[in-house]
Design a protein around this ligand. Sequence first.
Ligand code: NAD
Length: 290
Amino acid sequence: MKIGVIGLGNMGSGMAATLAKKEFTVFGYDLSAQALQAISEHGVTPISQLSDLIPQCDVVILSLPKAEHVQKVCLDEQGLLAHAHSGLIVIDTTTSEAQTSRDVAAQLAIKGVEFIDAPVSGGPAGAASGTMSMVIGGSETTYTKVLPVLQAMSTTQVHIGDVGAGNIAKIANNLLCAAHLITTSEVVNLAAKAGVSPEKVLAGINAGSGRSGVSQVNFPKWILNQSYDSGFTMGLMRKDVGLAQKLAEQYNLSLNLTGKAIEMWQASDSELTDSQDFNEIAKFIDNDLY
Ligand code: NAD
């Protein structure tokens, strides 16, 4: 199977390298010449024009920053659709918007191109080792056709529903992760002020019912040691909480506690730039402790 990966950043480069290691024929495309150059060292053939890439592929994987990039890459006059053939399958791993997934899928379908949204968790390390988790939206038929590719990139695949459902599940997950970062930073700070060290209170939390992915993974791996090198940026998490807010507005839903978390993530841009690590939100809670 010949696979094209479009977007060779923190996540896409790892996915392309993983697939090449597992003996797929992999081509890579990115606007950045540096990203193209870097991927050639991982068994992936860099291609600098979409018009050369798309006709060679059975499957195209997208790993782009936002929904607007997905729309542009797929539907622009000289985009993927213009060069696509019937039977091509697009796997969009971007954390995008359900409506964009549905619109793009409908346009591609006119030319016989299938689409699934398959946003991921696991960070650059998961992408580079093929151990990500994926939440998937798309028809059972398309999902089954690309399952070997999904399994080569990830250890867990959860088929959520039709096109767009993957992005809804991913946004729900990331809103919780964003909120857990704030609540856990607050309680660890509270315990520290009351005389219990962050390490000790986290050991207690992780043995109890207050634990989460944030307390079990993010705190020991990126926050307490102040490494802040997860490969996921403040800018991307602010995008994701913005998507959650947009979805809530679309359904006339008022978010209370998670709404407050969204406000805090947005307000943090006065102190934390888009390029900083997303775990640095802890500094917004207490700049001395974290
Ligand atoms: P990134 O910014 O590192 O990479 C995006 C890449 O897309 C860049 O190399 C950029 O040059 C390229 N690009 C942008 N527009 C393009 C275009 N029109 N044509 C071709 N290439 C284009 O981002 P990332 O961290 O790899 O994240 C990618 C997606 O995965 C995002 O939606 C993000 O929310 C999601 N995600 C990231 C992580 C993480 O830990 N980094 C984890 C889970 C999900």
